[in-house]
Design a protein around this ligand. Sequence first.
Ligand SMILES: *[C@@H]1O[C@H](CO)[C@@H](O)[C@H](O)[C@H]1NC(C)=O
Ligand SMILES: *[C@@H]1O[C@H](CO)[C@@H](O)[C@H](O)[C@H]1NC(C)=O
Ligand SMILES: *[C@@H]1O[C@H](CO)[C@@H](O)[C@H](O)[C@H]1NC(C)=O
Ligand SMILES: *[C@@H]1O[C@H](CO)[C@@H](O)[C@H](O)[C@H]1NC(C)=O
Length: 186
Amino acid sequence: MARTPSKFAFTLIILLSLDFAHGFYRSLSPEKMGLKKEKLSHLHFYLHDIVSGSNPTAIRVAAAPTTNSSATSFGFVAMMDDPLTEGPEPNSTLVGKAQGFYGSASQNEYGLLMVLNFVFMEGKYNGSTLSVLGRNKPYSKVREMPIVGGSGLFRFARGYAQAQNHLFNLTTGDAIVQYNVYVLHY
Ligand SMILES: *[C@@H]1O[C@H](CO)[C@@H](O)[C@H](O)[C@H]1NC(C)=O
Ligand SMILES: *[C@@H]1O[C@H](CO)[C@@H](O)[C@H](O)[C@H]1NC(C)=O
Ligand SMILES: *[C@@H]1O[C@H](CO)[C@@H](O)[C@H](O)[C@H]1NC(C)=O
Ligand SMILES: *[C@@H]1O[C@H](CO)[C@@H](O)[C@H](O)[C@H]1NC(C)=O
């Protein structure tokens, strides 16, 4: 006996096609996407920005002809793949990476444009990311940068990150930066 599609399957096909019957968009209830209650998470980790030695985690990729004569290195751009660890020691548990770039975007005082993703690799957030787009004044005690989105468990994320130097080596330029991230997500 030949199998015929069930009534259920037909209904489903009709419903799916009706969803987009009026074009390329539709409204959807948050519940349908499994979005129930927004929650607030606090993440705490240390970022290791190593610019010296034979294995730097942040490298200069671009500069303007005038960058070296600028007091703020205006025009300088570095790409980073900085380890994020649970504690401040370099051999502390790796929880993720900060991948992206920063560039000197200010002519009058030292101010960096930060464009990066926190890529988490540990615990329940393994595989999830948070995206940062903000301004970083590295010589201020506490710098705040917006969290503009996320993926995986951080879908629909928004919040802010606060960065504070734990250790800054003036000789090498290497830095260990403490991050406190407050993020709303589902
Ligand atoms: C600027 O300085 C860097 C080293 O700090 C050097 O590699 C680069 O060639 C210099 N650029 C110019 C245009 O002088
Ligand atoms: C990390 O390095 C310190 C020395 O810098 C050492 O005392 C400690 O045992 C190391 N910890 C681990 C887990 O390897
Ligand atoms: C994180 O996820 C990747 C890919 O699923 C997996 O290979 C890795 O072992 C996980 N890491 C940890 C620490 O669970
Ligand atoms: C800075 O780095 C240099 C070279 O690795 C090292 O000799 C010095 O002890 C470091 N200073 C601090 C404060 O960590």
